[in-house]
Design a protein around this ligand. Sequence first.
Ligand SMILES: Cc1cc2nc3c(=O)[nH]c(=O)nc-3n(C[C@H](O)[C@H](O)[C@H](O)COP(=O)(O)OP(=O)(O)OC[C@H]3O[C@@H](n4cnc5c(N)ncnc54)[C@H](O)[C@@H]3O)c2cc1C
Length: 379
Amino acid sequence: MSQSFDVAVIGLGAMGSAALAELAERGLKVIGFERHYPAHPLGSSHGDSRMIRLAYFEDPSYVPILQRAYAKWRELEQRSEQEVLSVTGVLQIGLPDSDLLRGVLASCALHGLSHEVLDASSTMARFPAFSLDPDEMAVLDPEGGFVRPEIAVSLQVKRAAAAGAVVHFGETITHIDPDHGDVTVVSNHGRCFAKKVIVATGAWINQLVPQLQGKAKPIRQVVAWYHPKQALDAQQGRMPGFIRDEGPGGAFFGFPAIGSDGVKIGRHLHFNQPLDPDEPNAPVDDEDFALLDQFAHHRLPTVASFRHKAITCRYTMMPNENFLIDFLPGTDDIIICSACSGHGFKFASVIGEILADLAQKSTTDLPIGLFAFDRHFPS
Ligand SMILES: Cc1cc2nc3c(=O)[nH]c(=O)nc-3n(C[C@H](O)[C@H](O)[C@H](O)COP(=O)(O)OP(=O)(O)OC[C@H]3O[C@@H](n4cnc5c(N)ncnc54)[C@H](O)[C@@H]3O)c2cc1C
């Protein structure tokens, strides 16, 4: 294989598959490479659910691109006639002066977002799944909900292939060489050439972008599912998704029962354990279970009652937890995308559009200043 393409996309997880679909539908000649298979469980985009929310506590400047992400998910649903995004509301719980609640309320105020502020007792009366301390409060984001990662990635890959993208699974890119006109993309099976290359390789990003060694840090994450004692209280409609600020104990997140697996919970960053992306994740152990069970029994006593399943996953952390989406410094043909830090999936639909804009026009109208290389690493 030594064909030439307009764009080669490396890594077909959440971000790469969205970019490939967008580019193919714009009529560009594109190829996508994935070392595993669509929606596989060895990267960052598996586990049934990813939270989506509009009142973004992390930074209000995410809100306009989130609004676009919602629209793009709805477009994917309409075209595929499959449910990808379910709105359940998201409850953000903490002390009134926590970063979480102050951030949510700042985003709501700046962008005029609908929300409800609830004290501890009215939260528990309305949503019996949750146990709050008397001095805590909650803010309900009615637009919040979850996206189904495996379905979303599979649909994006199908869209790309239907629009004419060449898609190679089971093929690992080992090297990209921008030095001779078009970029040379070398894999374990051969090589091709592309005018632009998008690197969206998740936890493996440092391997093709050595400039990110020591900066983009893959870490191990664990989530667990619990069957409820009170099944009704765990149902969508009765139980929103949630993020809960536990102060020095970190931030936990979770989802109502989806299908028969029950309530899923995890702690953002978990134990912050670095990993080698080429090695299998360390299996879930007693320390992982103890952390999640303790939270479940204390904070979700009637709905997270009987643990029955747990899996590992991978976060790729940037130092400031914002996304990195930019041209590799010194190049105008290699675009790098590390959009994780534990909160990227909800944006995949719009990040596909951003990456396609950068590859096609070298710029985008969407506001991505926060994601620039030099915002992360000023020279
Ligand atoms: C447990 C957990 C919970 C999360 N919760 C949320 C949430 O609630 N809401 C939210 O918005 N986000 C959440 N996230 C974050 C979100 O899932 C990630 O931001 C997102 O999945 C990252 O997508 P990606 O495309 O960058 O990586 P991936 O989906 O992992 O894709 C990268 C792909 O590149 C492939 N690849 C790597 N190297 C090569 C190579 N050399 N050649 C070819 N292919 C290669 C890999 O096989 C992989 O498929 C969570 C993440 C985890 C792990």
